[in-house]
Design a protein around this ligand. Structure first.
Ligand SMILES: [Fe+2]
Length: 367
């Protein structure tokens, strides 16, 4: 698509793009004397923002049609305010950076930096006890790409472990251990060849056998680092066990699997399902709840799943959601018999979502 009326376009600054932002107008690059459409009203993920920056580097500035300029500026201001508030409440970005630093040390030195882990654990524990869980979910539920997977996933599993532990009313010490377990459960993946770990397609049987070693690697790195906390050790080694005994690496059955590993398995699946992969679209939190409630994961601890299904919907009510027709609304009701299709308010109208118009993902837009 080519455009040539130069006076109809205004430069915009891509530095103002935020992950989770839904851009409300088409953006253009200038190629020779024409404007070439580079991007149409999509949800911005880190990968997409990086791509836009590459295009900017190649073709110069980014433009928007003049009539949409103010709308985009208002959107930037709105997102900046929302994200500032979320960041202030949760420290999510700085916690993710801390997790990334921990993983870097493990990667380079094969040892877990205990003090850094304790600091990150304490910050997450404080946030979980002091902040409305809904705010944390607003960040966890943002769509993201798989290439930032490990440190974001580890951070999210730490938060989810902490929230589930809180919902189960476990003692503070166990909540903290479960948070640390979330941060460290997948460190063994750093020993898996990146071409297998980051393969942009489904794994072959042989590749999956290599992936299946990662809980053992996680456990060994922790043991070699002097870790003796059974909550952390068992969650790392056994978060892929199934209560039927068909999981890995040890093929443990229900009562042989520690509570920490059973909780971490739920957090792990929840976060993996809401992540975008090259070969799969992310599931919305509503679809994940539906899968949990349908018993699609019969190998999980169903008592803990039940608590998850009771508590989680409260965190989603009132949140902004992107629908498959491109509109953005606010979740107003989630039917416990039909988690996948909540009622969503769009402007003055309340819409019953369904197979055709469904919730795609949560987003940071204010509606
Ligand atoms: Fe894992």
């Amino acid at each position: 698509m080519l455009y040539s009326r130069q006076d109809e376009y205004v430069k915009i600054d891509s530095k103002k793009f935020f992950e989770g932002m839904f851009v409300s107008a088409d953006l253009y690059c200038r190629y020779r004397n024409n404007y070439v459409l580079v991007f149409k009203s999509a949800l911005l993920t880190k990968k997409l923002i990086d791509k836009i920056k590459q295009l900017e580097f190649a073709y110069g500035n980014l433009y928007v049609e003049k009539k949409y300029h103010q709308r985009i500026l208002d959107q930037f201001a709105q997102y900046e305010a929302i994200l500032k508030k979320l960041e202030f409440d949760t420290n999510y970005t700085s916690i993710k950076e801390k997790t990334s630093n921990i993983l870097n040390v493990v990667d380079k030195q094969n040892v877990v930096p205990k003090e850094a882990t304790n600091i990150a654990t304490k910050i997450i524990a404080d946030k979980i006890s002091g902040v409305d869980a809904a705010i944390i979910f607003q960040l966890i539920n943002n769509v993201r790409d798989a290439d930032e997977y490990l440190y974001t996933h580890s951070t999210n599993v730490a938060f989810l472990n902490g929230l589930i532990a809180k919902w189960l009313e476990l003692p503070d010490g166990e909540i903290s251990s479960l948070i640390a377990a979330g941060l460290l459960h997948d460190i063994g993946k750093l020993k898996v060849p990146p071409e297998i770990l980051n393969k942009p397609a489904k794994l072959t049987k042989q590749e999956f056998e290599v992936i299946k070693l990662h809980p053992i690697y996680s456990y060994e790195i922790l043991r070699n680092s002097g870790e003796i906390n059974p909550v952390i050790l068992s969650a790392a080694r056994n978060h892929h066990e199934k209560i039927s005994g068909s999981g890995y690496p040890d093929g443990l059955k229900y009562d042989q699997i520690s509570r920490a590993a059973r909780i971490t398995a739920i957090s792990d699946i929840y976060d993996a399902m809401i992540t975008r992969r090259v070969y799969k679209d992310p599931h919305s939190p509503f679809e994940v709840l539906e899968e949990f409630s349908k018993g699609s994961f019969t190998d999980l601890d169903l008592d803990i799943v039940k608590v998850f299904l009771t508590k989680m919907p409260f965190e989603l009510i009132g949140k902004s959601v992107l629908l498959s027709d491109g509109s953005i609304g606010k979740v107003v009701y989630i039917d416990p018999d039909d988690f996948a299709y909540p009622l969503v308010q769009i402007g003055p109208k309340v819409v019953q979502t369904n197979k055709t118009i469904k919730c795609v993902c949560m987003c940071n837009a204010e509606v």
